[in-house]
Design a protein around this ligand. Structure first.
Ligand code: NAD
Length: 314
């Protein structure tokens, strides 16, 4: 599929994640122009120079530091700015700090951009997706949270290793919150065309799906404990979302957006579902039949996120 001719991307936040997102965008050859914005202008400039050097023997991409006026003609704006949790800081305090950072960023973006597509990556990603959508006034389908793309990537990698099949032949999702209440959807998961649970039991009668889901859920914490931060996995997930938009793919991705009334118990919260993404942003969600237990777990996830979002805003 051809990439749209107009394909400028602005990345706000040139830290570990922002820098890695730009590198992944370049590797995927989906853009010719990236502008990096950061409160720390030296960081943005240093990252842009370093990344621009990396383009020399690869794919022509102009990468430079800039200001919010660059959002005026950007197709996509990716928000990766935020602060990491400080010792003693609660999850709620951290969320409030990042909400206030992202509110300021949204205001700056909307002073210049008319109808952008915004991808939110900063954490807590579902809450911030909600805040950006409400503060920007953009339609819900144009504010996309990276949601459970990373959790789904982790689950698929684990399953691919356990089942000894290519990761591209594992079809399994984690939906709901990017966090503790995330929901692995075992009832619809397949290896090739075969039901995943049946496939795995044939390989190993004692296979423990709960353990696999728990390992996926703890994936971020495991990496942080060993190297201090996670950024490469989320970077490729984010670049994949941008690619689906710029190539007008109608790709199905487990991303978050603020759900409307028609979603009943899941409405008015940003939560991940299998979602069709193209150059307009989110087109629709896929209504996969869930088991009763999965439906109930999704209800809990939506309620947890709604309550947490309300706490953060109050
Ligand atoms: P980092 O500290 O390396 O980078 C953050 C950058 O944001 C810094 O360069 C900082 O100067 C900048 N910044 C802070 N306030 C700003 C503002 N008001 N305007 C512009 N820039 C500002 O952190 P990181 O490792 O790159 O992580 C960034 C965010 O991504 C965090 O919130 C992290 O939790 C999140 N993250 C999300 C996922 C996911 O799955 N959604 C995965 C990994 C990390």
């Amino acid at each position: 599929m051809a990439v749209l001719k107009k394909n400028k991307i602005v990345v706000v936040g040139a830290g570990n994640v922002g820098e890695s997102v730009v590198f992944s965008l370049m590797l995927k050859r989906v853009t010719n122009e990236v502008v990096m914005i950061d409160l720390n202008e030296d960081r943005a400039e240093g990252s842009a120079y370093d990344l621009a050097d990396a383009t020399a023997f690869y794919h022509h991409t102009t990468i430079r530091k800039g200001g919010y006026e660059e959002c005026a003609d950007a197709e996509i704006i990716i928000i990766t700015a935020g602060i990491a949790r400080k010792p003693g800081q609660t999850r709620l305090d951290l969320a409030k700090t990042n909400v206030s950072i992202v509110e300021g960023i949204t205001k700056n973006i909307m002073q210049h951009a008319d109808d952008p597509i915004i991808i939110v990556v900063s954490n807590p990603v579902d809450v911030l997706t909600y805040i950006v959508q409400k503060n920007s006034g953009l339609p819900a389908n144009r504010v996309i949270g990276s949601g459970t793309t990373l959790d789904t990537a982790r689950l698929r990698r684990l399953l691919s290793e356990k089942c000894d099949v290519s990761i591209t032949d594992v079809n399994a999702y984690i939906l709901g919150e990017h966090g503790d209440t995330q929901v692995p959807i075992w009832s619809r998961a397949t290896i090739g065309e075969e039901d995943l649970v049946t496939y795995m039991k044939k390989l190993d009668a004692n296979v423990n799906l709960d353990e696999i889901a728990e390992t996926a859920k703890k994936g971020g914490a495991t990496i942080i404990a060993k190297k201090g931060a996670t950024f490469l996995g989320i970077a490729m997930c984010t670049a994949r979302i941008a690619e689906a938009i710029l190539k007008d793919e109608n790709a199905v991705l487990p991303v978050a957006h603020v759900l409307g009334e028609e979603y009943g118990e899941w409405s008015d919260v940003a939560i991940s579902l299998p979602t069709v993404v193209n150059k307009s942003g989110i087109v629709r969600t896929i209504d996969i039949p869930l088991s009763d237990a999965e439906k109930e777990a999704m209800n809990v996830s939506a309620k947890t996120l709604r309550d947490f979002t309300n706490d953060v805003m109050n």
